[in-house]
Write a protein that binds this ligand. Structure first.
Ligand SMILES: CSCCC(=O)C(=O)COP(=O)(O)O
Ligand SMILES: [Mg+2]
Length: 235
């Protein structure tokens, strides 16, 4: 392998923490934050893509909150959420969650010369703030590239994985993707990548699957699941 690409929610980190802490924070802050920042160029560009007539802020807040409730992965929503979270992390109002098996694996794979990247629906700004403020310290030095729906595309689309491979300059069969989403794993495999399901919190998935990064060995020669196999889902 030459590169490992990591999903965040449900893979490196708890889905519950993302929804309860991050989504809750963005939902509460949204009206005041948008009033203060709607003319910032990056925010204005995101807002211009919303299917809301006129420039009414209340209508935009309502739509973005509905999308949050539906966990929509719209790029405009992810841009706004990411900027709100970036501020929240910088102010010490938020902390991230990373499973304890993740930092040792990142250290080992990085020391072995592998390129480590993140691909999340969360924006690049959100990813950087997230991995900077973990209970295990700043993990950004291990992560050389960040991909999101803006710079790569939707996570269930094959083209996103081709775009990432091209950006890394690594052929698909040199990349291993770790994710909790069957649709994402399928899209990555369709692009010629290797892909392993991550089953946190007792979930099950078709093999190859792991419950923890400690069950996975990755080196330049390839990857190997260690003895304790994750529970298999009925097919
Ligand atoms: C710190 S990234 C925030 C997570 C997020 O907004 C999200 O939608 C998670 O999606 P993922 O692709 O990481 O499963
Ligand atoms: Mg996920």
């Amino acid at each position: 392998m030459r590169a490992v690409v990591l999903d965040v929610e449900g893979t490196t980190s708890s889905s519950d923490h993302v929804h309860r802490v991050l989504f809750g924070h963005a939902r509460r802050r949204l009206p005041q934050w948008l009033a203060a920042h709607h003319t910032d160029p990056e925010v204005a560009e995101a807002l211009a893509t919303l299917p809301v007539p006129g420039t009414d802020l209340a209508g935009r807040v309502a739509l973005l909150r509905t999308w949050m409730d539906e966990d929509r992965k719209e790029t405009a929503l992810k841009t706004v959420q990411g900027l709100i979270w970036q501020e929240g992390f910088a102010a010490g109002e938020l902390t991230s969650h990373v499973y304890p098996d993740v930092p040792p694996a990142l250290r080992a794979w990085h020391a072995d010369g592998l390129t480590l990247c993140v691909f999340s629906s969360g924006s690049v700004a959100a990813q950087r703030a997230w991995f900077r403020h973990t209970p295990h310290g700043d993990l950004r030095p291990y992560l050389s590239h960040h991909f999101d729906t803006a710079n790569a595309g939707g996570k269930s689309t094959v083209d996103a994985y081709r775009t990432i491979a091209a950006a890394l300059g690594v052929p698909g069969d040199g990349i291993l993707f770790l994710s909790d989403s069957g649709a994402e794993l399928r899209a990555a495999r369709d692009a010629g990548w290797h892909a392993v399901a991550v089953c946190r919190d007792g979930r099950a998935a078709p093999p190859p699957a792991i419950r923890s990064f400690a069950e996975l060995e990755v080196t330049a020669r390839g990857y190997r699941l260690l003895d304790t196999a994750a529970p298999e889902a009925a097919r």
